[in-house]
Ligand binder design. Structure first.
Ligand code: ADP
Ligand code: ZN
Length: 715
């Protein structure tokens, strides 16, 4: 029977809720899923963390047969399969890590229909034996992840991907879904052609990652900035991308010396070492990984809270893919990028010295120009990226540093003229650092050996700091008033615009540096309610850790941080309440529901007891006093120290209870303590006041007198 449109929508939404616990589809997921279920081919372009996997996972659950997922990354495959199994979904993978016995088991499970999703590496998927075998099975869908690898226009071409066509042609009637997070227009068309897709629809989601806050900083004092940033993100997982293997090692060491749990990662490590680091990072045992770009492709960790680019990435595609690894759970995350000319010149050299043909080199140089323009942007950075990927928009994003801290512009004619005059007077022979040294009259040795201190412009820019000069010169270079000659040791030269700038014919606009303080933002102390939730969250995390260890899976496979946070905020106390939390499906409800509720109930009970003990005990002492007992007797009755009884009474007295504390203090002691208080300069710290009292007075008596003074002062 044909189901109506609404019925299908409802069925799919119910499945999404019952299996994954999510209330609604994100973006165009539903549209993509229906397109596939109707038997059509499609190309899905969605940013990392956008929810691509759901597009083939849900259809896989709707059909009778098997869904094949081609995935090039072993770690990702393992992770996805573990994740699906945690929802009680039959999933398996085939790749080079499996033994023959394990492979037999997988095929057995396909035979008896237990496997709904089969992840497979492209190498295995194109083997004639596999193709022959799979033709005898009922296949509902072939999904090809990281589909940009099929195109030479893409960021990561893999020849084996082009052979996938043999698998697809062996399954001619089966819909194909290609998925990728990175493909410009040319790559998109190429993917569809290379995979010979039949009248495919291309689904492009917005590339905006609203939960990622984008920050870009000049690289001066980079290490200090990084340390301050990490301090602000205490205990939160992050990746620092570096340009070279050596710098990953050095930086990780510095971070460890600063007491942080950091490791380095690069292609030169043995595969077991790399696995160990990935594993520790996945399980939150390691907070920070300092890595080359080799790290991350296979990382499916949803709670990465920040990504730092210690060096400039080689293009906008890489940058956006790398920062996309942060905040996949949808909670706020930060991306911090450092730029300097040094990195640019290294990249230029890499490109020039590579074996590639001149067309390819040209493209690489242009891509490098775009990422540099991104670092120098004076308008919304997100829009710049979106425009790059062909998504045109001009409303500010409000989650990049330019939107949240708009740079202040001013007329930069004088500054530019100073720089140009100095540059010209020195024979257009200075590098950028040297020009700054001359402008600021730094007194560096080379200045004297080159006789630069005799220039008339020597010291003409000493009113600005070194960092400010770097900031302004960078803008002058970007606007074309000065250029860097990379072919001659990066010396600065005049351009065709220089003369007009010197003649004052232009209105040069420069912007002031963004205050670095805002990356070292003050962390607000949590409010009472927040503190309560944090404590509950910690309890729940502890439970999750134990559960994950028992199941031998990473903690987020049990439940993600986002789900735990929502539980801690909403504090469900029945299973019915718990099902309303996004991310709890039927299977997880059944598996963990009771334990979660028990944790919450125990926590709340514990809090109540704590609260009562404190309040109750003070009141008891007060009532006993009212009944005529002396504090000494009260201490005995309650089995507590005399000082504690007085603490109770002082506490209530401060809160306004009518208690005559003066009766416990003799005249001379009163006098003595008041004198001590005066000498202390009016301190209300009993220990301080005690220092200024001649003869020994019991601490509780000092406290009483101080609370009496305070009360009198407040009238
Ligand atoms: P991608 O493969 O595009 O990088 P994933 O498929 O890993 O992204 O999805 C990212 C996260 O979003 C996962 O934690 C996933 O469970 C979650 N997710 C996917 N679809 C939904 C949805 N409809 N509602 C809530 N969360 C979702
Ligand atoms: Zn913005």
């Amino acid at each position: 029977m044909q189901t109506s449109k609404q019925e299908l929508d409802q069925q799919l939404t119910e499945k999404l809720k019952s299996v994954f616990g999510f209330d609604s589809f994100r973006g165009n997921q539903l549209e993509i899923i229906k397109h596939t279920l109707h038997g059509h081919d499609g190309l899905v372009i969605m940013p990392t963390g956008g929810g691509k996997s759901m597009c083939y996972q849900l259809p896989a659950l709707m059909g009778q047969g098997l869904t094949i997922v081609v995935s090039p990354l072993i770690a990702l495959m393992t992770d996805q399969v573990t994740n699906l199994r945690s929802y009680n979904i039959g999933a398996n993978y085939i790749n080079s890590t499996l033994s023959n016995a394990q492979k037999r088991e997988v095929f057995q499970s396909i035979e008896n229909g237990k496997t709904k999703l089969l992840y497979i590496s492209p190498e295995k998927a194109v083997m004639p034996r596999f193709i022959q075998y799979i033709q005898t099975k009922q296949v509902d869908l072939v999904a090809i992840d990281e589909a940009h690898c099929v195109s030479i226009w893409g960021n990561d071409f893999r020849p084996v991907y082009t052979q996938l066509i043999s698998l697809l042609q062996a399954l001619p009637a089966i819909p194909v879904m290609a998925l990728t997070a990175t493909a410009d227009r040319a790559t998109q068309v190429d993917i569809c052609q290379k995979l010979k897709m039949k009248t495919p629809r291309i689904f492009i989601s917005s590339f905006e990652r609203k939960n990622i806050h984008i920050l870009v900083r000049p690289a001066q004092g980079r290490l200090q900035q990084v340390l301050a940033f990490i301090k602000q993100h205490r205990g939160q997982a992050g990746i620092i991308y570096c340009l070279s293997r050596k710098s990953t090692e050095e930086l990780a060491l510095k971070l460890r010396n600063a007491g942080l749990r950091a490791a380095h990662y690069h292609a030169e490590l043995s595969s077991s070492e790399r696995e160990k680091i990935q594993h520790a990072f996945q399980r939150d045992e390691l907070q920070i990984v300092c890595a080359t770009i080799a790290f991350g492709m296979g990382i499916d960790k949803s709670n990465i809270r920040w990504v730092i680019h210690y060096n400039l990435p080689k293009n906008i595609e890489s940058y956006y893919q790398e920062i996309g690894r942060a905040g996949r759970d949808g909670s706020p995350a930060e991306a911090l990028l450092f730029y300097n000319f040094h990195d640019i010149s290294i990249f230029r050299r890499f490109i020039d010295e590579s074996e590639a043909d001149s067309d390819f080199k040209n493209v690489q140089h242009q891509k490098l120009d775009r990422i540099w323009e991104f670092t120098q942007a004076t308008n919304c950075r997100t829009n710049l990226i979106l425009n790059y990927f062909g998504e045109y928009r001009d409303k500010p994003c409000m989650h990049c540093d330019i939107c949240t801290h708009p740079p202040q512009g001013f007329n930069g004619n004088t500054l530019t003229q100073k720089a140009l005059k100095t540059c010209i007077e020195a024979g257009q022979n200075l590098t950028l650092p040297m020009l700054i040294d001359v402008l600021r009259a730094s007194g560096r040795k080379e200045i004297y050996s080159e006789n630069l201190h005799k220039l008339s412009n020597y010291g003409s820019g000493r009113e600005l700091s070194r960092n400010d000069w770097i900031h302004y010169l960078t803008q002058m270079i970007n606007q074309g008033f000065i250029m860097i000659d990379y072919t001659k040791h990066s010396i600065l030269k005049c351009t065709t615009l220089s003369q007009d700038a010197l003649d004052g014919k232009l209105n040069i606009k420069l912007t002031k540096p963004i205050d670095p303080k805002f990356i070292i933002r003050e962390v607000k102390p949590p409010g009472k309610n927040e503190e309560f939730n944090n404590n509950l969250l910690n309890d729940l995390k502890k439970w999750r850790r134990e559960q994950a260890a028992e199941e031998n899976v990473p903690a987020y496979i049990v439940l993600t941080d986002r789900v735990l946070k929502e539980i801690a905020t909403r504090r469900p106390t029945t299973l019915l309440d718990l099902i309303n939390i996004s991310g709890i499906g039927d299977h997880k409800l059944e598996k963990y529901g009771k334990a979660i509720i028990k944790n919450i109930q125990e926590f709340i009970q514990h809090q109540e007891i704590l609260k009562n003990v404190k309040g109750q005990s003070s009141l008891e002492s007060f009532y006993l006093l009212k009944e005529g007992y002396h504090p000494k007797d009260i201490a005995q009755i309650k089995g507590i120290k005399l000082d504690r009884v007085f603490d109770h009474l002082i506490d209530l007295y401060k809160k306004g209870e009518d208690i005559d504390l003066q009766q416990f203090i003799s005249e001379p002691i009163m006098h003595e303590v008041v004198e001590g208080w005066r000498f202390s300069g009016g301190s209300f710290d009993p220990a301080v006041v005690a220092e200024f009292i001649q003869s020994p007075v019991p601490m509780h008596q000092i406290k009483i007198v101080l609370s009496i003074i305070r009360k009198q002062k407040s009238f």
